[in-house]
Design a protein around this ligand. Structure first.
Ligand SMILES: *Cc1c(COP(=O)(O)O)cnc(C)c1O
Length: 339
């Protein structure tokens, strides 16, 4: 298998310059509380509001002219779709984005506004993925996979180059984990530059496919449920090629959070660091505040995206209850709803 290398990440940096930006690294108010430097990498400031623009741009730029002429398709929890739509538009390529009905409206609208065709289908990321595969067969489009793609992984890895150039002393990187494209790219680039750096993945405790697969020793399926960290939903694919082996090899720890902890993390990100971001971006704060990740030196958290449902965000910040499928999360405790 042809696993991407740090050379691919260096090439990706050139390919994405001009579309995805180099984002700021700022100091978090958590630093004082923890007694170590905690830095925040603000991928929320990408033009599409999330880091996925890096991988999508790198993948579309690598296509042949013939592939570009036939258009691209993808399935997405939202941010990858927006990134594909944005990068495709810049490169003059037609894009179709398949989304499950779990994807918040704010993300659907953002993708449509970029001129991509949106197909809403099914109740899971897997249903959206099946539709994307159908369009590949039927129309000859190229599928830009949200994470299990060499060029996508290499694009996301450019974050690690920026981090270690700015802070070569970083001891730990805390990375929101779903399909694992982000953490795979970051881990392979960071460990090539600094082999003893610690890479910690963080997911929600319900429907964390990569975490369950790492425990099982092979890719497995888990049920997808609604989460405050909606961008972290979805499977890793039973035929996963890249991210599962890379995570198994290079990720040092995986931690899982309750919805309650993510809720508290979102409040902390807003109240302590004044950042408006989605639940997936708050898992680093949540992991530190819950004590689930020990801080052993200067640490960077990837603040992955800001495309949050504003109604839900406002409720969390106000401390109001939020309904997620069959559970309600509030400022204090989580209760099951009677059917
Ligand atoms: C996609 C996404 C993630 C997870 O990235 P993976 O490569 O799937 O692990 C985290 N945060 C946000 C905001 C995302 O859009």
């Amino acid at each position: 298998m042809n696993i991407p290398t740090v050379a691919d990440v260096l090439a990706a940096r050139k390919a994405i310059a001009g579309t995805a930006r180099r984002t700021p690294l700022i100091t978090s108010a958590l630093s004082e509380q923890v007694g170590q430097d905690i830095c925040l990498k603000l991928e929320t400031l990408q033009p599409t509001g999330a880091f996925k623009l890096r991988g999508a741009t790198n993948a579309i730029a690598a296509l042949s002219d013939e592939q570009k002429a036939n258009g691209v398709v993808c399935c997405s929890t939202g941010n990858h779709g927006r990134a594909v739509a944005f990068a495709a538009k810049q490169l003059g390529v037609q894009a179709t984005v398949c989304l499950s009905k779990l994807v918040p409206m704010v993300k659907v609208k953002g993708i449509e506004a970029l001129g991509a065709e949106v197909v809403r289908i099914g109740d899971s990321q897997d249903d959206a993925g099946a539709e994307a595969e159908r369009l590949v067969k039927e129309k000859g489009m190229t599928n830009i996979h949200p994470f299990d793609d060499r060029n996508v992984i290499a694009g996301q890895g450019t974050i690690a180059l920026e981090l270690l150039e700015e802070r070569p002393d970083l001891d730990t990187l805390i990375v929101p984990l779903s399909g694992g494209g982000l953490i795979s790219g970051i881990a392979l680039a960071a460990k090539a530059i600094k082999p003893d750096i610690r890479i910690v993945g963080v997911s929600m405790d319900r429907g964390a496919a990569m975490a369950a697969s790492l425990v099982a020793g092979k890719p497995i399926e888990v049920e997808e449920v609604a989460s405050l960290a909606d961008s972290l939903g979805g499977g890793i694919g039973l035929h996963n090629r890249y991210t599962f082996p890379i995570c198994r090899e290079l990720v040092d720890e995986v931690r899982l959070l309750t919805e309650q902890e993510i809720y508290t993390g979102m409040q902390a990100l807003y109240r302590m660091d004044q950042l408006v971001a989605e639940g997936a971006s708050a898992v680093g704060h949540a992991a530190i505040l819950s004590g689930k990740v020990q801080i052993t030196g200067p640490t960077a958290l990837i603040i992955t995206g800001r495309n949050v449902d504003m109604q839900q965000f406002s409720a969390v910040i106000a401390g109001d209850a939020v309904k997620l499928g069959d559970v309600i999360v509030s400022g204090k405790d989580k209760v099951a709803v009677d059917a």
